[in-house]
Every structure is written in structure tokens, then in C-alpha cells.
Design a protein around this ligand. Structure first.
Ligand code: PMV
Length: 366
């Protein structure tokens, strides 16, 4: 498997019940509560990370090219490569070339799809045959929420109890085909980088928020209730859980010291619009949720997506990305490699075209 590039495509996810707060003293991204998410993609949404990985004994160190730029190892990526190398009992270094089709300009976090896709592609490049559960644990160590992007559909990350992390991994709750009507309308409020990274945020909340003590049990209950609602396709019940869980996470963020406020006034206007819409229709037709950023995800169904978009436009939200439910990472064909034939240089010649060509290829396969 050495000296041969392997390329995979994977997608980000949006948490319906949030992971916020790691267990004290853990270096393995072990959460205090289980969480639940939708893997994004489908419906023609260009929400993909495409990553090529090549291991070689000729390389002196790992090299990363991300969205066309040579960067220092991104947070978590070295951890993922290190774990896989130990498993494969090799010291070979890697060349990693990765593109996000949604790029930073969409304001959607790429750490989950980045880490999950890297774990998948690199495990193949090292000839490791790993189960989804094992891959989820590797991706988790790169970035917590990446544990869930290893699967498609609706995914639960079970918190586990062991300090080794061997019982903290994701499982698929339902495949994408179970509830294909679900839609995520992502409202891009701003593409500015968040002021406090999620790594800092997780620990600040655990260390300083008095309200946080109540959060893990509440989130755990929300996961159980949300799974019941999903199995019954009860959108009304699900949407209430989604909104309340997001509010609960942002409440403990604000209760941290110094406080963290990711939601801006404009993003909160969207939350109010959703509440008003649900009240005026006397049923829940949409739910808002925010990760650690100001962009709003409005979860709805195909039946109501047009109406919701119209209301958003009226509010002045003109940049939206519509996504359905996507699959987990897939391996792409040899001709998709982002690394040239000699295996030593990434292909830089036609950047944007290549990104979109690969994203389009990958999309056809999803
Ligand atoms: O995976 P991290 O460390 O970037 O944490 C992400 C946490 C949230 O996105 C805010 C919630 C979640 O469950 O994805």
C-alpha cells in the first residue's frame, strides 16, 4: 500500500443534540454526554471534503496541503496519522492533500469531515481494514464531532465510560434512506472565524460554568427522546428537542467565564422567525440549531422547505446552502487522486476546477 495514493470523500455533520464539554483530564476527546447528528450531503449539496493520502518511506516528515496551501499539520491530523501508523507498525510519513468543496467561505466547520475523511483514506492507504466503530474512535481523537462523520444518515456518538475511550464511538441510528425528507437550510450569517475555538470552549465551560452541571444528563435524555422521535418520524417532537438542546448548549457557553457568545443578533433573528412561523402555523415545521458559530441551521422537511426559504429571504438572509442527509466517507477511484503520478507533489495546476471536478465525482458516488 506504500507509495500509492488513496482518495476519499466525506461530509460534515450538524448536531441535533450537542457535544459540549470533555471529561476532565481526558486527552482523547472523551465527552461528558452522548450526542446525535445528521451527516450532511445529498440533494446536490456540495458539502464534501476530498482527501488524498500517500505514505512513503522516502518522506522525511508529514506534509499537508489544504485547499491548495501547504500548512503545518492541522489540529488533530497528526494525532489521526500517529494512531494509524502505530496500528500498521510503520514509521512511513504521509503526503496529505485535502480540499473542502464548501471551503472556509461557507462558514461551515470542516474539522469533522476533515478528520473523518483523513482517518478513512489513511487507513486504506496503510492497508488497514477497520470497522466503522474503530474508525470512529480514530476520527474522534482528531476532532470529537468527527466521530459521527464516519457514518451517513443519523448518527449517535455514545459517550462511553472507560478512560481508555474504547467504548466512546458513533453508531448509525438510521441510514440516509430512512427519512430522506429531512432538509437542513444552512443560513450563512458570516464567514468570520470564531473568536473562541471549540477546543478552548469545551474546557472553559467545564471549568467555569455553574449551569453546566445539569447539562450532561439533560443532553443524554435529549438523545434518547430524539432517537424515539426519529424512529417514529415525529418531526414536531424532534424539532422541539433540537431547539432546546441548542439553546441549552449556548446557555452554558454564555454562563462560562469569560463568557462565550457565538450567536449574534442576526442569527437570533432567524431563531425568532422559526418560533413565529411554528406558532402561526400551529405546528412545528422547522427547528433552528447553532454549533459554535453564528451560522444557523434550519432543519425542516421537503414539504415546508420552500416556505421556510421564502420567510428567510424576507428577513434578508440571502446566502443559504440546502442539504439533505448524506453518506459516510467513500473511497474514490484512482483517477481522482489529488497527488501526481510520481507521488511526491500535490497537483496544483488547476485548483478550483479540480476541487469541483472531484467534488462532483464524489457526489455522483454518494
Ligand atoms: O468537534 P469539536 O471539538 O469541534 O466540537 C464541536 C462541538 C459542536 O459543534 C459545537 C457541537 C457538536 O456536537 O458538533
Amino acid at each position: 500500500m506504500m507509495d500509492k495514493a488513496y482518495t476519499a470523500a466525506g461530509s460534515p455533520n450538524i448536531a441535533l443534540v450537542k457535544y459540549w464539554g470533555k471529561r476532565k483530564g481526558s486527552t482523547k476527546n472523551l465527552p461528558n454526554n452522548s450526542s446525535l447528528s445528521i451527516t450532511l450531503g445529498g440533494m446536490g449539496a456540495l458539502l464534501l471534503t476530498v482527501t488524498s493520502v500517500l505514505f512513503s518511506r522516502r518522506f522525511l516528515h508529514d506534509r499537508f496541503y489544504i485547499n491548495g496551501r501547504c500548512l503545518d499539520a492541522p489540529k488533530g491530523a497528526e494525532t489521526v496519522l500517529g494512531i494509524l501508523r502505530r496500528r500498521a507498525r510503520t514509521g512511513a510519513k504521509a503526503l496529505v492533500v485535502s480540499y473542502n468543496s464548501f471551503a472556509e467561505s461557507a462558514g461551515i466547520a470542516s474539522s469533522a469531515s476533515g478528520s473523518a475523511t483523513l482517518a478513512f483514506a489513511a487507513s486504506r492507504a496503510l492497508g488497514l481494514r477497520m470497522s466503522g466503530k474503530e474508525l470512529s474512535m480514530v476520527a474522534r481523537e482528531g476532532s470529537g464531532s468527527a466521530a459521527r462523520s464516519v457514518f451517513g444518515g443519523i448518527v449517535e456518538w455514545r459517550r462511553g465510560r472507560m478512560h481508555t475511550g474504547s467504548d466512546s464511538y458513533a453508531v448509525q441510528v438510521v441510514p440516509p434512506s430512512y427519512w430522506p425528507d429531512l432538509v437542513d437550510i444552512i443560513c450563512i450569517i458570516s464567514v468570520a472565524k470564531k473568536k473562541v475555538s471549540s477546543t478552548e470552549g469545551h474546557s472553559r465551560t467545564v471549568m467555569t460554568s455553574a449551569l453546566y452541571a445539569a447539562r450532561p444528563a439533560y443532553a443524554e435524555r435529549n438523545v434518547r427522546l430524539a432517537i424515539k422521535a426519529i424512529r417514529k418520524k415525529n418531526f414536531g417532537l424532534l424539532s422541539e428537542i433540537i431547539m432546546r438542546d441548542s439553546d441549552s448548549m449556548h446557555a452554558v457557553m454564555l454562563d462560562s467565564w469569560p463568557p462565550m457568545r457565538y450567536i449574534t443578533d442576526k442569527s437570533w433573528d432567524v431563531a425568532e422567525l422559526v418560533q413565529d412561523l411554528n406558532r402561526s402555523r400551529r405546528r412545528c415545521l422547522a427547528a433552528y440549531t447553532f454549533d459554535a458559530g453564528q451560522n444557523v441551521h434550519v432543519i425542516t422537511t421537503r414539504r415546508d422547505a420552500m416556505r421556510v426559504k421564502r420567510e428567510l429571504m424576507r428577513l434578508g438572509i440571502d446566502k443559504v446552502i440546502e442539504s439533505g442527509i448524506g453518506n459516510g466517507p467513500v473511497l474514490l477511484g484512482d483517477d481522482s487522486n489529488l497527488i501526481d503520478d510520481t507521488g511526491t507533489k500535490p497537483r496544483f495546476s488547476k485548483l478550483p476546477e479540480r476541487v469541483f471536478a472531484h467534488a462532483a465525482d464524489a457526489r455522483r458516488m454518494l
